[in-house]
Write a protein that binds this ligand. Structure first.
Ligand code: PSU
Ligand code: MN
Length: 329
């Protein structure tokens, strides 16, 4: 159920005061650009920040973050990168804030369980898919773009290493555009878990194949398919009318020219997983460790694929946000 909020300008930041909920102060601030977009009723696209701090090295992380934001603007929507800065949940970052985050040391990877301690401790936090969905829900931003979502890890049936992204998707009405899940994860079990959570998974485009991030096909078929942004927006609209309160994944395959060779990526992932095992890497460190090891093993080719797919996802997400706005009016 939406909060009833009264917005007040505090400096250059817009602060909301709630009539319901805990206390009266808003749990988040908008950037000036996002505040204006909100008041003008423009489409907004949420973006995560773990991909900046833990998913890509500097300076590619900063360049990509800025390019992704610009792609969204060019297509008629407004980007809202989410992060926690000195304990303040921030929806929309200035260029200075993005630059700071891309180089800052000690930024905490922020999933649902981490949000309160980061806020209370006035720390910097980079929101994961789960953390960003929570912010998008608070600020009523229906569309969110990222590269890949977390999932059930290989051997997750024993380790129980299952990303909180999946549960968050299950309890939010956000539409997340991504390129599927990486084959560092157990894709079959991830899809099963999403089904249990009631998440509507749609392949985007001509094919029903569920993409595997670096490659267009995972060998699994998505339960649904949307041909274009308008169709995706219609699914989002219908889900809201039905008050499902469970999320939607729109899985967009990596552009063909940047797709990686399946054998090469599989070998790189297998050796990265063994390295992680030898080092005793576990918990929240696993995903960032494997991403970096795979980038090293493929001499940066995986990073190029990652950059290409997130830019393409930004186009799709912006188009969905624009189409969804038309349906709402
Ligand atoms: N997959 C990627 N790049 C990423 C992540 C996943 O290809 O940067 C990040 C996202 O922020 C995602 C998080 O929400 O990792 C999942 O981490 P975990 O498995 O610890 O929940
Ligand atoms: Mn995990």
């Amino acid at each position: 159920m939406p909060y009833l909020a009264k917005y007040v300008l505090r400096g250059s930041r817009l602060v909301a005061f709630y009539k319901r909920g805990y206390g009266t102060a808003s749990p988040f601030v908008f950037s000036e650009e996002v505040r204006r977009a909100k008041s003008e009723g423009k489409p907004i696209v949420a973006l995560e920040s773990t991909i900046i701090t833990h998913g890509m090295p500097y300076p590619q992380n900063l360049e990509t973050a800025k390019q992704v934001e610009n792609i969204i603007r060019e297509r008629g929507a407004v980007p809202a990168t989410v992060a926690i800065l000195k304990g303040q949940l921030s929806i929309g970052l200035s260029e200075d804030e993005l630059t700071y985050l891309a180089q800052a040391k000690g930024v905490v990877k922020a999933s649902r369980r981490d949000l309160a301690p980061i806020t209370a401790g006035k720390l910097d936090g980079a929101t994961t898919v789960a953390g960003t969905i929570i912010a998008a829900q608070l600020a009523d931003i229906p569309v969110f773009v990222t590269g890949g979502i977390g999932g059930v890890h290989r051997h997750g049936e024993n380790t129980l290493d299952i990303s909180a992204d999946l549960n968050e998707l299950g309890r939010s009405n956000t539409l997340v555009v991504c390129s599927g899940v990486k084959s560092i994860l157990d894709i079959g079990r991830t899809l099963e878990y999403l089904e249990t959570q009631g998440v509507c998974v749609c392949a985007f485009g001509e094919s029903s194949d569920f993409p595997a991030f670096y490659t267009a096909r995972s060998g699994f078929t998505a339960p649904h398919r949307v041909g274009d942004a308008q169709q995706a927006a219609r699914v989002l609209h219908a889900a809201r009318q039905l008050e499902l309160a469970s999320g939607i994944v729109v899985a967009v395959p990596v552009p063909q020219e940047y797709a990686m060779d399946e054998k090469i990526i599989e070998e790189a992932i297998n050796s990265a997983l063994k390295e992680a095992d030898r080092n005793g890497t576990f918990g929240k460190e696993v995903t960032p460790f494997i991403l970096a090891a795979v980038a090293r093993a493929t001499s940066g080719a995986s990073l190029n694929a990652n950059i290409a797919l997130i830019k393409n996802n930004a186009k799709v997400g912006a188009d969905i946000a624009v189409e969804f706005k038309k349906l709402k009016n």
